[in-house]
Design a protein around this ligand. Structure first.
Ligand SMILES: N/C(=N\S(N)(=O)=O)N1CCCC1
Ligand SMILES: [Zn+2]
Length: 238
């Protein structure tokens, strides 16, 4: 039905401002992170990821990414510390895959992109009643960004890529229980942080970004399987 945003020439990022004027805002993400220009903030402590009680629910293809959603009906799984004034509830994670040979990461580091980027989305349930309220508030979301670089197979990523054929088409979803995103974390939680936005429409300027310095390593086979498996279209109806 209605003209939807995408990543093509006519509907891509340069056109998003027509339907989402905040695209021309002053805290839009992604950004190029320049380590030499990043300011060390001694008031910032470490971040803590309390994911042991997390409950994954399903994996879905929303036409732009594959998303794994979590039960966010209580504070069972939260991120806290670092730049955050209170715990933020784990809501979902998703990937921005590249295609064959093209870098899929949204953030870059000193102009260099990575093969893919994992986003773990959390919301401020202390201050806001619903995720949607939080998603539109300046301190509503905290998104953990993790770069994926090419190398050996990642021992746990297959649990995601094996499930992708089940959600091949836009709008498809399937049960996905018992997955804990802590298996997708690098060894160090050292981070850069800045106040930014959602990187796709509605582009709300509601995200405290926490981007980990250390990438995780995945294989080309795993990324290309993922990129190839996701079809950003609905099932071809006759
Ligand atoms: N753009 C987004 N997250 S992101 N890429 O900024 O982390 N979202 C759009 C709706 C739900 C999350
Ligand atoms: Zn994202």
């Amino acid at each position: 039905t209605g003209h939807h945003w995408g990543y093509g020439k006519e509907d891509g990022p340069s056109a998003w401002h027509r339907q989402y004027p905040v695209a021309k805002g002053n805290r839009q993400s992604p950004i190029d992170i320049i380590p030499n220009e990043a300011r060390r903030d001694s008031t910032l402590g470490p971040i803590f990821l309390k994911y042991d009680q997390c409950r994954s629910l399903n994996i879905a293809n929303n036409g732009h990414s594959v998303v794994v959603e979590f039960d966010d009906s209580d504070d069972r799984s939260v991120v806290l510390g670092g730049p955050l004034d209170n715990p933020y509830r784990l809501k979902q994670f998703h990937f921005h895959w590249g295609g064959k040979g093209c870098e899929g990461s949204e953030h870059t580091v000193a102009g260099v992109g990575y093969a893919s980027e994992l986003h773990v989305v959390h919301w401020n349930a202390v201050k806001y009643k619903t995720y949607n309220d939080a998603a539109a508030a300046p301190d509503g979301l905290a998104v953990l960004g993790i770069f994926l670089e090419l190398g050996d197979d990642h021992r746990w990523l297959h649990m995601i890529t094996d499930a992708l054929y089940m959600v091949k088409f836009k709008g498809s979803a399937t049960d996905f229980k018992g997955f804990n995103p802590k298996c997708l974390l690098p060894s160090s939680l050292h981070y850069w942080t800045y106040l930014g936005s959602l990187t796709t429409p509605p582009l709300h300027e509601s995200v405290t970004w926490i981007v980990l310095k250390e990438p995780i390593v995945v294989s080309e086979k795993q990324v290309s399987a993922a990129a190839l498996n996701i079809i950003h279209k609905t099932f071809p109806t006759v």
